[in-house]
Design a protein around this ligand. Structure first.
Ligand SMILES: Nc1ncnc2c1ncn2[C@@H]1O[C@H](COP(=O)(O)OP(=O)(O)O)[C@@H](O)[C@H]1O
Ligand SMILES: [Mg+2]
Length: 303
């Protein structure tokens, strides 16, 4: 087991112990689970997820990324770090939660989904129960879990959206991306009228262009779907992003003074200023436990 895995295990042992935990390790009830998604592909989800994770970590939150964009090399490639194990080994009971988490920069960790979810829905009740209790440890370890999904309206992506406490929907100014974002908002509003959807415009040419798109999306969703979006932020087109991607280093670390780095910090602050939407508890429970319980119930599974 790696040093990190060992360290995480000790933290959990302390948290589940009766002894008083240290302030920095005080038990949290649940992690805040945010699914990052888009209607169209290539709009900047993975860049936003990775850099947001690092900025939040710098702000003092403990952050992990769950990468569930199946079939595409993503978070690991963007960080230039290869993973040894995926969610699959956890589901199969071959590895512990500590072993499937990989260290990223600035004290963040990430977990590659692999083909985990397909396997998850094949499990029996007892195996699901075991999986839920190990994944629930993430609620003790992390303040925030960012889930990087694929694009589009597939059953898989929709189930990650519906299971999360809140959704960060990314679009670009391209008409095709805006139309696909609207199609996704329409689908979400049909399935869950109360889902918190926060919109980010990426690759805009100007603040005005980004703002106009946020206004337009807000207006049409309100008028035609009676669904209130939250306008959350924007990142302008910035050459440092493709450069950082080529270097396999997050832009907020390789170009900390860039406009994009300032804008992702603003985005993080917008997301974390207003905390009233987080950790909604219901029959499924909160945080990661609630997330996976809801996910499985979407597939008709319960434990
Ligand atoms: N604000 C931006 N300015 C310039 N290029 C960007 C910006 N955001 C993303 N990109 C580029 O767009 C491409 C897709 O980004 P990525 O984060 O992989 O999208 P997704 O995860 O939605 O498929 C990358 O090559 C990246 O360099
Ligand atoms: Mg991606």
């Amino acid at each position: 087991m790696s040093d990190q895995a060992d360290k995480l295990r000790r933290i959990v042992e302390r948290l589940t112990n009766t002894e008083e935990p240290k302030k920095s390790e005080q038990k949290k009830e649940a992690a805040r689970v945010i699914t990052v998604t888009s209607g169209k592909g290539g709009v900047g989800k993975t860049n936003i997820t990775v850099n947001l994770a690092i900025v939040l970590s710098k702000m003092g939150y403990k952050v992990a990324i769950l990468d569930v964009d199946f079939g595409f090399a993503n978070v690991d490639v963007m960080l230039g770090i290869s993973t040894k194990y995926t969610l699959l080994e956890l589901i199969r009971g071959e590895r512990t939660i500590f072993e499937v988490l990989t260290d990223g920069p600035n004290n963040i960790q990430f977990l590659s989904g692999g083909s985990g979810v397909e396997e998850l829905i094949q499990l029996d009740r007892r195996q699901i129960g075991k999986f839920i209790s190990s994944i629930s440890l993430l609620d003790k370890l992390y303040d925030v879990i960012l889930i990087d999904t694929g694009a589009g309206l597939s059953k898989n992506v929709m189930s990650f959206i519906l299971a999360a406490d809140e959704v960060l929907l990314v679009t670009t100014p391209e008409p095709t991306a805006i139309t696909d974002a609207y199609a996704m908002i329409k689908m979400i509003s049909k399935k869950d009228k109360h889902k918190v959807v926060k919109v980010v415009v990426n690759k805009a040419e100007s603040y005005k262009e980004a703002n106009d798109i946020l206004d337009k999306l807000f207006m049409v969703s309100d008028r035609f779907l009676s669904f209130k979006l939250q306008k959350t932020g924007y990142i302008l087109e910035d050459d440092c992003i493709p450069k950082a991607v080529k270097q396999q280093k997050p832009f907020c670390l390789s170009y900390p003074k860039s406009h994009a780095s300032h804008q992702i910090t603003e985005l993080a602050m917008n997301l974390f200023q207003n905390n009233d939407s987080i950790n909604k508890s219901n029959v499924y429970g909160k945080g990661m436990r609630g997330f996976f319980n809801r996910l499985l119930s979407n597939y008709g599974l319960q434990h």
